[in-house]
Design a protein around this ligand. Structure first.
Ligand code: ATP
Length: 324
């Protein structure tokens, strides 16, 4: 391997910059050329490349988003698109890749490497924490901290007016943020995409909370909850239960931004370092992950097998106990 290409793709996540920095510096430490590919697979197709030096990644470890930009690129899903991408990489002399992104990014990387034989190692960068192969993905810890900060503020106003707040958090398929932030903020109920909580069940919980004279009530709704999001849940609850004045707050994209937490910065640095080491050892089509505080690799096919992803059932139970 002479020249490693690094890119970010799919949804951005805090910690991606710290990972880019680690990849660049580890490659340079090993006397390899390192080339940034801007805008993910789109940049590969357009030949948007830039050779990186150690100083190219100065003072980015604390920044959210991604300095390499990200894109969703439909053309890469076509054979012709991937052919153009490969020709551009060859022209640039890029002979290995580090891809930072979510499951779509992994799927593209796996296919591309199978088709053209280019070694690729992935780093899981998504706030959703929904990939097999790692206990934590980059950005998840920061997103949880952002969400609990927001909920703490909502609780202040909810308590002052005896209100019931429905707070919608990100997670179309994964309830990780909702569950974790719900426990960390002491929410009265948490609606998860993985669980089918009926409105009647939620109303029972709210009635119990009302009987206990709680000053405020927070219900966390993951965006992928089967009842159709926080506004729908509020509408249905309001029809049957008018004990509280109800409000809805959708946290939205602020959950994806912000300076990465210490945990995400260190994890990103470890993952970036190991991604390059794995490429140099001859690994390909694997993702870097952390399991039980150890950096591990998992074949991409396995990491992409969503059916193996499980919500923390222990924490689901604990959340219910905490609402006694
Ligand atoms: P997030 O989890 O934050 O959404 P992601 O990496 O899953 O991140 P996607 O938009 O799904 O985000 O995927 C990123 C890019 O990967 C796509 O825009 C596309 O270029 C490429 N990609 C996704 N799926 C495929 C596929 N089946 N074949 C080839 N390329 C793909």
């Amino acid at each position: 391997i002479k020249n490693i290409g690094v890119f970010t793709s799919g949804g951005d996540a805090p910690g991606m910059n710290a990972a880019i920095r680690a990849v660049v510096r580890t490659a340079l430490f090993n006397e390899k050329k390192i080339t940034a590919i801007y805008q993910g697979y789109q940049g590969m197709i357009e030949g948007n490349f830039c050779e990186m030096q150690s100083r190219s990644v100065s003072s980015i470890i604390q920044k959210g988003g991604t300095i390499l930009k990200s894109a969703r690129c439909l053309e890469f899903k076509t054979k012709e698109g991937r052919q153009t991408a490969f020709e551009n990489l060859q022209k640039e002399g890029i002979d290995a890749l580090v891809a930072i992104g979510g499951d779509g990014t992994f799927t593209g990387a796996n296919l591309f490497s199978l088709e053209y034989g280019i070694p690729v190692v992935c780093i899981p960068g998504t706030i959703d924490n929904d990939l097999n192969g790692s206990d934590y993905t980059l950005g998840y810890d920061t997103a949880n901290n952002t969400v609990i900060e927001a909920i703490d503020k909502i609780k202040d106003t909810a308590a002052s007016h005896s209100r019931l707040f429905f707070v919608e958090v990100m997670g179309r398929d994964s309830g990780c943020i909702a569950l974790n932030a719900g426990v960390a903020s002491g929410a009265e109920a948490i609606l998860l995409p993985e669980k089918d909580t009926a409105i009647s069940e939620l109303i029972d919980m709210l009635e119990t909370a009302a009987d206990k004279n709680k000053s405020s009530t927070i219900v966390i709704v993951a965006e992928g909850d089967k009842n159709g999001g926080a506004y729908n849940v509020e509408k249905h609850v309001k029809q049957k239960f008018d004990y509280y004045d109800t409000k809805v707050s959708i946290l939205g994209h602020l959950q994806r931004g912000g300076s990465p937490s210490s945990f995400d910065r260190v994890l990103a640095t470890k993952m970036g370092y190991h991604a390059v080491q794995e490429l140099l050892k001859g690994s390909t089509r694997v993702t870097i992950g952390i399991r039980g505080n150890k950096i591990v690799t998992t074949p991409l096919e396995e990491a992409l097998n969503k059916s193996e992803f499980k919500l923390d059932e222990d924490l689901v139970k604990i959340a219910q106990v905490m609402n006694i």
